[in-house]
Design a protein around this ligand. Structure first.
Ligand code: TTP
Length: 206
């Protein structure tokens, strides 16, 4: 995504995040924010996603400086699935994906997405938001898990499913933010952008 006059940089390789940001009319350019996503020993899930979102935003900021790009706000996010107190990130391979799906089968889990917004100038500032959603899966058969893993959809997604894809076939209930589960909670992101003074194409308030 290359906007001619970007309002901000999206520090993310997630096509879903770019899609959701486009949905709300933000002009942005994508910047690299590759970092180590290993949770710390005994790290609480909400601390983990918030730390990751901030780390991605800071990595994006360092990249912006290294590439001598014009200084702009940097937005980043992190999504994790929490089930039985375990943090489920993206699977290592199809076997890992199948193990995660067996764990999620017939259960309710939580999806946490943290969003970080870094304003580099004139005075560096950081804003954070957290979206929490509960998602319930129906019971999945082994044949369904095998089929779903073969679609390739689980491989780049936290918890090994995409609510916006075939994964929706497994979801019996969602309490929270659909966009948050997909990787970028729109309402919370809009609020952060507004707090930071980044204009959205919304009607002006009197
Ligand atoms: C649960 C769920 C996750 N996901 C995705 C959102 C995120 O892209 C991904 C979680 O991994 P993240 O590490 O949050 O993000 P990412 O590695 O894809 O991208 P980046 O760090 O560069 O921003 O899982 C869905 O697309 N649908 C879903 O239903």
């Amino acid at each position: 995504m290359v906007a001619k006059f970007p309002q901000l940089y999206l520090a993310s390789s997630s096509p879903r995040r770019a899609e959701l940001l486009t949905q709300i009319g933000v002009q942005f350019a994508v910047i690299d924010a590759d970092c180590d996503e290993t949770p710390l020993p005994a790290e609480a899930p909400r601390d983990y996603v918030q730390r990751m979102a901030r780390l991605k935003a800071n990595t994006g900021s360092a990249e912006m400086v290294a590439q001598q790009l014009p200084l702009r706000p940097i937005l980043a996010a992190d999504t994790a699935v929490i089930c039985n107190a375990r943090i489920l990130g993206k699977p290592r391979d199809v076997h890992d994906a199948a193990t995660m799906l067996r764990l999620l089968s017939g259960r309710r889990h939580q999806v946490l997405t943290a969003v970080a917004l870094l304003i580099p100038t004139p005075k560096p500032q950081e804003w954070l938001a957290l979206s929490k959603s509960d998602v319930t899966f129906r019971t999945l058969s082994e044949a369904e898990i095998t089929w779903y893993c073969r679609t390739g959809e689980p491989l780049d997604k936290a918890g090994s499913y995409g609510i916006q894809g075939y994964g929706a076939l497994f979801v019996t209930a969602l309490n929270g933010s659909y966009s948050g589960v997909m990787g970028l909670p729109i309402c919370e992101t809009g609020r952060l952008l507004k707090q930071a003074g980044i204009a959205l194409m919304l009607p002006t308030e009197n």
